[in-house]
Design a protein around this ligand. Sequence first.
Ligand code: TRP
Length: 331
Amino acid sequence: MADSRKRIASGMRPTGPLHLGHYFGVLANWVALQETHDCFFFVADWHALTSEYADPKRIKQFVPQLVKDWIASGLAPEKCVIFQQSQIKAHAELHLLLSMVTPLGWLERNPTYKELKQELIQKDLNTYGFLGYPVLMATDILIYLSEAVPVGQDQLPHMELTREIARRFNYINGEFFPEPKALLTSEPKLPGLDGRKMSKSYGNSIYLSDSMDDIRPKVMSMLTLESRKRKSDPGDPDACNLYPYHKLMSSVEKQQEIREGCTKATWGCVDCKKALLESLDAFLSPMMERRKELDANPDLVQDILASGNAKALEAAEKTLAGVRELMNFNF
Ligand code: TRP
């Protein structure tokens, strides 16, 4: 791996299967970045614990599942480092050190987790660990001396906090950490099957691990424009919930055909859905192929994680040695 390339780090919590919203929101960006950057991608299992602490046993099954979704999507272990956060204990040490310089007010004001707290209203998230979520996230990023972080829009407040923590650490101890920038995916958001945000809890998702048999009934029952009751009513692709899918997965020619058919009322919504199924099939079939290889080779995911963990460990320990020295804590 060429070390002159810019370093980036990013993670996802292992809390369930990934869907197309995750793919177009963040993962497609990761897949592209592994070609141009020195990438560290990790399963944020300690972060999952901040909300799942009451039932920690659940997390284990999701770790290999997440890695499978990544590899199926095109992440390649020879192009990027794929690892598991909890296996790099140095994250815990740096988290502790950064927590010492992080003012409580910064964490209490952070807007992102108001949203997650809302989503997880049935869980008691009045914990020290949950409040410290962004400090652990800053750790994940800074420990690899990352210059950039591919994340979704919802993570921007955390990125701001990461920069503030880096700045404060540097101010106190001397220049050490770069201030990492967020790399947002430029793609528009993909709505769920019902037009709301695609989310596991809404039951409106197409999963990367779905088969075409799972997908067919989902697509055929997608909500389209309410104003289009009959085929003879002209539609409006820009207002319809289906068209964003075509924009992302159908060819430009097909998109034009659909736009014309819809606005001139020569295509019905069923035609449009059938066309989408074809596009989805073509789009997902390479992923399905890669997943088949993983399923046929049960040790592969563990091997990928073991070799990624070793690389991450080396990089993280190197940073920590520097931090300890800087703080005169190298006993
Ligand atoms: N907070 C991120 C999310 O919920 C996951 C995450 C943990 C992360 N640590 C990170 C993302 C470091 C980027 C960098 O999606």
